[in-house]
Design a protein around this ligand. Sequence first.
Ligand code: GCO
Length: 455
Amino acid sequence: MKFQDQFMWGTASAAYQVEGAYAEDGKGLSVWDAYTQEGGHVAHGENGNVACDHYHRFREDVQTMREMGVKNYRLSISWPRVIPNGTGEVNRKGLQFYSDLVDELLANGIEPLVTLFHWDYPYALHKRGGWLNPAASDWFAEYAKVVVDALSDRVQYWMTLNEPQVFVGCGYAIGKFAPFQTLPVRDLAQISHNVLLSHGKAVKVIREHAKKKPIVGFAFCTPCWTPENDSPEAVEEARRKSFSISRGRLCFDAAWWADPIVLGDYPKEAYEMLGDDMPQIAPGDLECISQPIDFYGVNIYESKANENPDGYAENAYLGCARTQMGWPVTPEALYWGPKFLYERYRKPILITENGMASHDWVQLDGKVHDPQRIDYMKRYLRELYRATQDGIDVMGYMYWSVMDNFEWADGYDKRFGLVHVDYCTQKRTIKDSGYFYRDVIRTNGEAIFSDTWEG
Ligand code: GCO
C-alpha cells in the first residue's frame, strides 16, 4: 500500500517562527517583531528575535532536511525583510537570502513551496491602517510582484496566504496574536474582504509574471468536524458544521474564506447574518477574488467534534489523547477534512500542515525519542491514505514542522519539529520521528502500515 507516485512528501515552516535576524541586513519590523518587544503577549515574554537562527544556518538546515530525505519544503517569505516599509524600496539583501535558500534547496534535490504571507505583517503598514486600509490589497500585490520577479525562475509552487482564519481571527477578533486587537464584526468583515482581494491580486500577479509555469493555491485551516459514526445523517451533520457560518466565529469559519475564492461569492448565510456589516464589495471584486487556483492547501490538526460533543456518545472525549498543545489526537480529521473540502470545492488537496507538539528533549543517549509523534503520524497518514483510496485527490503532505520553533503566543515551549532545536546552542538533533519520516518518504508511505518501528 503506497501513495500515488507523484505524491509530495515535505515539511513546513514559516519565516517568523524560524529565521531570527529580526533587525539584520536592512529588514523592517513586522507586527510580531514590534509587539513582542514590549512583552506581555507571549509565554515567558519570548519573541522571534533569534528563533532558530535559520537566517544564518539555513545551509545546515537544508542538509538536515536532505538527511531526512525530504522532497519538498514549504517556507514563507518575510514581507518586511523584502520590503522594509511594506511598500516602496526593496531590500536586496533580504531578497538575496530567499534566493540563496531556494538555490540551496534545489541543489540538494528539495523542491521549495513558497507561502507569500505567514503573518509577519509589516509594522510600517500596520501603522497606516494595515488590512483595513483600502490600499491593502495593492500593497500586497506589489510585494507579491517583487517576490515573483526574484524567485519564479526557480519556484513553481505558490501559496498566497497562510490561515487567514487565524491571523484575522486571533490577530483582530480575539487579540491573541499580533497585532493583538479586538475589532467589531464590521471591521473584521472589511479586513477579510481586503485580505481576499489581496489573495486574488497576488494570484493574478503570479500568473502574469511567473517565469516557471506556476501552481498556485493557499494554505487555509478548516474547522474540521468529524461524524460520530458512518451513518449518512452523522456524515451530513459533520459536513454541515464544517461549512457553517457564525457571526461570533466569522473569521474562523472555512466557507467565509474559501467560498468567495473557489465558488465566486460569500456564503448566502453570511449576507443574511451580517446584513449591513457585510464588507463593501465593489464591482469586479468577486471576479478578482475568484481567480482560478490549482490546489486547495489546508492545515489540519484536529477534529472539532470534542469542542461541542452534542450528539456524541456520553464520555466520548473524556481523557482523550492530547498533544502538548492540548489538541485532541483525532486522526480521522485527515480523512473527513480532505473529503469534505474536495467534495465541496473540487480542487486537489495539499496538506500544507499536520503534526504535533510533544514533550521532547535530548535524552541521556544523545537522541530524541518521540514515539508519540511516530504513532501520531502513522494514524493520521493512514486516514489520509484512506481518503486517497476513496477517490479524494491528495497531492501531498507537509509535516509541521521541519524543526522546533517559535510557536506564536506559546513561545518556545511547544515543540512540533522533526528536528530538535536547543535554543541556547542552536544545536539540531534529528528526532526518531525524523528518521521514521525518512522511511515513510523512502517507501512512499508503506512504512506507516507497520505497527512497529525499530529505527
Ligand atoms: C498555524 C500556523 C503555524 C503553527 C502551527 C502549529 O497553523 O497556526 O500555520 O504557524 O505554528 O499550525 O500551531
